[in-house]
Design a protein around this ligand. Structure first.
Ligand code: PFF
Length: 567
């Protein structure tokens, strides 16, 4: 952070000059625009759409319905709303404030907050690396299932075996170790997924990510709406809705239900992944951060509730068709998507349409989340190395695609995916969120400055309540969740997998992320890095730091720099 009136650019050359004239403060900024200006979203709406695109992912479609059903059905709305209002939205604002205030990818933004905090950013980047490599393969499966749905490839009645034995050719890690046997029907679509995201990422924030979200999000919404309406017309749909919404008030007395509401909301809103820090760094200086955050949060919740209705209506149909209870057929995750849904597709009239819409929605929701997570990694490297967009995208994505193909297009993909997902969520995302709020609130005492930043440019002020929620409630809840996860995962081997396997893909991976995050933060930032030379941040600081009220004071910025600054 600049604390002197001279804003330094490349090689320490002064680039900003502050002068005060006749009572009003005028800021003259003469930037040396040698390095490319930081990218930006085309407009606030595109940012909102992209943030919703990131938040609405597989979690909304296959996780929320079951979490809500298990957590008391209609009564779950209470812990869910509490979690959303007291933790989800406040932490979303926290990420926005950091990204927007410090205008950088996660490592750079944390570094600008405090030199030692940079490791937090790299930890988030590495978490994103792990998630990206397995998230891509689920999109590839869903893409294949969109195709299979059209012709009921699995053969009615054979949905379970088709998925595990015929499609994945799943083998047991206890018997074969980590396999290298290539499964082409997974590997080929996985390669295609990587090519698609690499092309989108290569086009950059405005023309790649912004445009992809502008096309995919409306499409996803329409497809999803049709899917839900069609599910509601299935026989038995209302039994499913009844099971989903029937309130079980006793569930509210169970602390585990509250914990699952909080755990779900962090994941659902994509907070603490570094995604929202990165995306908000691409917003223009004057923007309504809290207003945007509310739109994103409520749109995300709207999607979840819609997914709950669609999924349970379809499960109600399945239960009726099988003469079973809804509780007997309800499931989540991979079992729901790749076994229960294909069964529904086989049995319902017009099932193929339901299948194409459902799996197509998974593909679109997954793609918009995957590009957001890749952006965390690409932006971090771009900031650090000062490279161009295409070069950085290829340098990041090609090795990731290779790792993703090597680990997840083989016969042991499912076990590796299951383990890395469970551990990276518990000891990656939840842990980094916990450490970040403690560091920022209690060690660096930055909450008042971040609150001020949010309040200065937003449609409604967050006030001291926000500081209390982020500084006190969030560490308590996250701490509780973290300790319960440690207890759960140490009391018995996760998923019954062998110790060596959990040691590598579970504990080892989670610990490696922290260690490598710290090591990466020790690498020096070269002269070409954006920490050293970033005209847009220099201007931002000059205006931020010296102008008490940016809305009303006279700000003199040369036309050439002004155009880009608020782009
Ligand atoms: N909110 C996202 C979801 O519900 O799936 C979380 C997420 C996961 C975002 C994976 C991005 C991602 F790559």
């Amino acid at each position: 952070m600049a604390s002197s009136p001279t804003v330094s650019g490349r090689n320490g050359q002064p680039t900003g000059e502050v002068s005060s004239a006749s009572g009003s403060l005028a800021v003259m900024v003469t930037a040396t625009t040698q390095s490319p200006r930081r990218e930006a979203f085309g407009s606030r709406n595109v940012f909102i759409l992209s943030a919703i695109g990131s938040a609405v992912g597989l979690g909304n479609i296959w996780r929320f319905p079951y979490v809500a059903y298990e957590g008391g059905g209609g009564a779950f709305l209470i812990p869910y709303l509490c979690a959303l209002l007291t933790a989800g939205i406040p932490l979303l604002f926290f990420d926005y404030a950091i990204g927007h205030r410090f205008r950088g990818s996660a490592p750079l933004a944390f570094r600008r907050m405090h030199r030692r905090a940079e490791a937090l950013g790299w930890w988030q980047v590495l978490i994103c690396v792990v998630i990206a490599v397995y998230y891509a393969v689920i999109i590839a499966w869903a893409a294949m299932y969109t195709w299979f749905s059209a012709q009921l490839t699995w053969g009615p009645g054979n949905e379970n075996d088709f998925f595990f034995a015929d499609f994945l050719r799943s083998a047991d890690v206890r018997e074969v170790g980590v396999s290298t046997e290539f499964v082409p029907q997974v590997g080929v679509p996985l390669a295609v997924v990587w090519v698609i995201v690499i092309v989108i990422m290569g086009f950059g924030v405005k023309r790649g990510i912004g445009r992809a979200n502008t096309v995919l999000m409306p499409l996803l919404t329409v497809m999803f709406a049709i899917l839900v309406v069609q599910s509601l017309f299935l026989p038995g749909a209302f039994d499913g809705l009844d099971a989903f919404f029937a309130p079980n008030w006793q569930a509210l007395a169970d602390p585990g239900v509250w914990a699952s509401a909080y755990g779900h909301i962090f994941f659902s809103l994509s907070v603490a992944f570094g995604i929202m820090v990165t995306y908000s760094s691409y917003l223009k200086r004057k923007t309504d951060l809290t207003g945007s955050g509310l739109v994103v949060a409520f749109a995300n919740s709207g999607f979840e509730i819609l997914a709950g209705i669609g999924v349970f209506a379809a499960l109600g149909f399945m239960a009726q068709a099988q003469g079973a209870e809804v509780s007997g057929v309800a499931s989540s995750g991979i079992g729901l998507a790749f076994v229960a849904f294909p069964t529904i597709v086989s049995q319902a009239t017009g099932g193929s349409i339901i299948g194409v819409l459902f799996f197509g929605a998974l593909v679109f929701a997954g793609l918009t989340s995957l590009i957001s997570i890749l952006e965390v990694i690409v932006a971090a490297l771009q900031d650090k190395l000062g490279w161009g967009r295409v070069r950085t995208t290829l340098t990041v994505s090609i090795p990731l695609a290779v790792i993703s193909m090597a680990l997840f297009s083989t016969t042991t993909a499912l076990s590796v995916l299951d383990t890395t997902d469970a551990f990276v969520n518990a000891f990656g995302i939840m842990a980094v969120a916990l450490v970040a709020v403690i560091v920022v609130a209690w060690l660096l005492h930055r909450l008042p400055a971040l609150k001020e930043h949010l309040d200065r440019r937003s449609s409604f002020p967050v006030g001291w309540v926000w500081m209390l929620l982020v500084g006190a409630l969030a560490p308590l809840v996250l701490g509780y969740l973290f300790v319960s996860e440690i207890i759960a995962k140490t009391s018995e081997p996760y998923g019954g997998y062998p110790a060596w396997f959990l040691g590598i893909f579970g504990w080892g991976m989670a610990i490696a992320l922290v260690v490598c995050g710290v090591l990466l933060s020790l690498l020096p930032w070269g002269d070409r890095s954006h920490a050293k030379d970033d005209p847009s941040y220099d201007e931002f600081l000059a205006v931020e730091h010296y102008d008490p009220d940016p809305e009303t004071s006279a700000i003199t910025v040369p036309a050439t720099t002004q155009r880009g600054a608020d782009a």
